[in-house]
Design a protein around this ligand. Structure first.
Ligand code: LLP
Length: 424
């Protein structure tokens, strides 16, 4: 469910008509709904209400500080994977003891920063990492709460590029090695085991892989406890998928996911942490674009938008589907025909959809890419020197620019001509 609905034939973000935002901010632009973000966070929070838990929003999905503040104020923790994300969460007012630090390649500098500023736990992913953290923590006189991310060798049945829990993936420690690794950590100074971490992939639309992974974590919890380790927290990762096409069957909802967690690990008495990103932010954001041209090709028609692969890379990178809808609804019964929907970037890969049936738009008409709130703006770039796409947050009948589009001068002035090349 989201809060992007037609009212009087015009697509709104909550109570704000999208054309009003387009007039004020220009296009392309991301627009988020605060009510949708909060609703999705609350669904997860309620799904785990059967026991102690913390929903740690995966900051990577949409990391604007205003979004983090909205979720943090509602009680969310944060899952971060870099010093930059950690700093964003802190800038949003989230206390360190609600921030979990994940990631396969944390640097010593990043470790020092989060340890000095406060962190809930560090999810370790390799033996070299735990030795480095032990040295850093000891030098800083700290005892750091840690979990080990185990790789359960479960196929998440999702896109190749976003599956993370098979033994061929770079993530985590093979679950078969977990006992040895926990034994080594127990002997290292500066580290204090608090639990186990697992994350098997993203955009999962089936609960069975979660169930399989969580069952392995439950078994491991008992094994490790029998060996004297304190396992009081289970970080069960993120990954619950969203319906990208309205016509598709809806994937499981957070309540069903929460039930699977309860069934598989509820008896262990652990505090549960989860790290959802996509389900919180995905359907809480759209990318709004304008039609530049409708161009007749030899074999097909092209709808050329002012948004491009640099603004939303998911179709080019993963072959991802996003519904593309008109902001001003077409007359009922208006005829549709197929279009290749493309951007202005000089690559054939700059294609959002092929043969998409649409009522033919006219130059200037606005369209919205649905389900673009997660892994949209955060993965954008200035390729082809297209200034970074702006972000807008709507709440009720108010909206605010939460990241402005840079001017061309701002974009260009970040570059420096070395003295030995200058004209002077
Ligand atoms: N926790 C960890 C350790 C992760 O690596 C991820 C996502 C999450 C949580 C959040 O997963 P989510 O609930 O959002 O599925 N750029 C890709 C998605 C990459 C996901 C990376 N890790 C896309 O656009 O589909």
């Amino acid at each position: 469910m989201d809060h992007f609905l037609y009212n009087g034939g015009i697509l709104h973000a909550e109570d704000v008509p999208l054309p009003e935002i387009a007039r004020a901010v220009g296009t392309p632009a991301y627009v988020y709904s605060a009510a949708t973000l909060l609703r999705h966070y609350t669904l997860f929070d309620e799904a785990l209400a059967w026991g102690p838990h913390l929903v740690c929003y995966a900051v990577k999905a949409a990391s604007n500080v205003a979004i983090l503040k909205l979720l943090g104020d509602a009680g969310a923790g944060m899952d971060v994977v870099s010093e930059g994300e950690y700093r964003r969460a802190r800038a949003a007012g989230v206390p360190g003891d609600r921030i979990v630090f994940s990631g396969v390649g944390k640097t010593e500098g990043e470790m020092r920063h989060v340890l000095a500023s406060g962190v809930r736990q560090i999810n370790l992913e390799s033996e070299p990492e735990m030795r480095l953290l032990s040295r850093v923590a000891t030098e800083m006189g700290l005892d750091v709460p840690v979990t080990v991310r185990v790789n359960p060798d479960v196929d998440a049945k999702t896109h190749e590029k976003i599956a993370t829990g098979r033994s061929d993936d770079k993530f985590g420690i093979p679950i078969a090695r977990a006992r040895a690794v926990y034994a080594e950590i127990a002997a290292l100074p500066g580290l204090r085991v608090v639990g186990i971490d697992v994350h098997i992939g993203s955009q999962l639309t089936d609960l069975d892989p979660f169930r399989a992974a969580y069952r392995k974590v439950a078994d491991l919890t008992e094994t490790l406890r029998a060996e004297g380790h304190t396992i009081e927290r289970l970080d069960l990762g993120g990954g619950l998928g969203i319906p990208y096409a309205r016509s598709n069957l809806a994937p499981p909802v957070p309540l069903e996911y929460g039930r699977v967690i309860q069934e598989e690990v509820g008896h262990l008495g652990c505090e549960i942490e989860i790290e959802p990103g996509r389900l919180i932010a995905g359907n809480a954001g759209i990318l709004m674009a304008s039609t530049i041209f409708v161009k007749a090709g030899e074999t097909r028609d092209f709808l050329i938008l002012d948004a491009a692969m640099n603004d939303l890379i998911r179709p080019a990178m993963y072959g991802a589907h996003h519904d593309i809808v008109p902001v001003v609804e077409a007359a009922p019964g208006a005829e549709t025909r197929p279009f290749d929907v493309v951007g202005p970037v000089c690559e054939s890969g700059d294609t959002f959809a092929k043969g998409r049936d649409m009522v033919p738009p006219r130059a200037g008409d606005l369209v919205a890419f649905r389900s673009a709130g997660a892994y949209g703006a955060v993965m954008s770039s200035e390729y082809n020197s297209r200034p970074m796409v702006p972000e807008v947050l709507v709440q009720g009948d108010q909206y605010a620019v939460i990241r402005a589009r840079p001017t061309f001068d701002e974009m260009i002035s970040r570059d420096t001509i070395p003295e030995w090349l200058s004209d002077a």
